[in-house]
Design a protein around this ligand. Structure first.
Ligand code: ZN
Length: 146
């Protein structure tokens, strides 16, 4: 029996697209993404969790569900890595660059709370009650004056 081209070409173990060469494990997109992750030196468990997320949901933002751009680093939808807890490499998620800029050094809970308060403020005019951000001073140390 003759195999069809689809039967001959292996599928990427992450996204199911055709692999980029006959003995490859990944398609070109996933191979490039894997190389990008290697430059970050994440712990193996973190890398495995990111792959599992992509395998389940695809290249979509963890926070918004928006499809991510993997090619144009000027795009607000460009895929970036977010430390779920700032500075902690044990849980890293993929998200769009504009959300990562907004989240900055907030934890997940701080980010959600702040976003909800801002939405209420924009829609209803309710005041924002700012709670201290646990990791904020990590990148914005108090200078003691200007
Ligand atoms: Zn793939």
């Amino acid at each position: 029996m003759v195999k069809t081209l689809r039967e001959i070409i292996k599928a990427c173990c992450i996204c199911g697209a055709p692999v980029h060469r006959y003995n490859a494990k990944y398609c070109l997109r996933c191979a490039k993404f894997g190389a990008r992750m290697r430059t970050k030196h994440f712990p193996p468990a973190t890398v495995a969790a990111i792959w599992a997320y992509i395998k389940k949901y695809g290249y979509v933002c963890y926070y918004t569900g928006l499809p991510l751009n993997l090619d144009n680093d000027k795009s607000p939808l460009y895929l970036v890595f977010d430390h779920w807890i700032p500075g902690d490499p044990s849980k890293v998620v993929i998200c769009c660059s504009f959300v990562n800029e907004m989240k900055s050094d907030m934890t997940q809970d701080e980010f959600e709370d702040t976003c909800c308060q801002l939405a209420d403020h924009f829609r209803k005019g309710t005041p924002v009650v700012l709670k201290p951000f646990v990791y904020w001073d990590r990148i914005h140390p108090v200078s003691g004056g200007d």
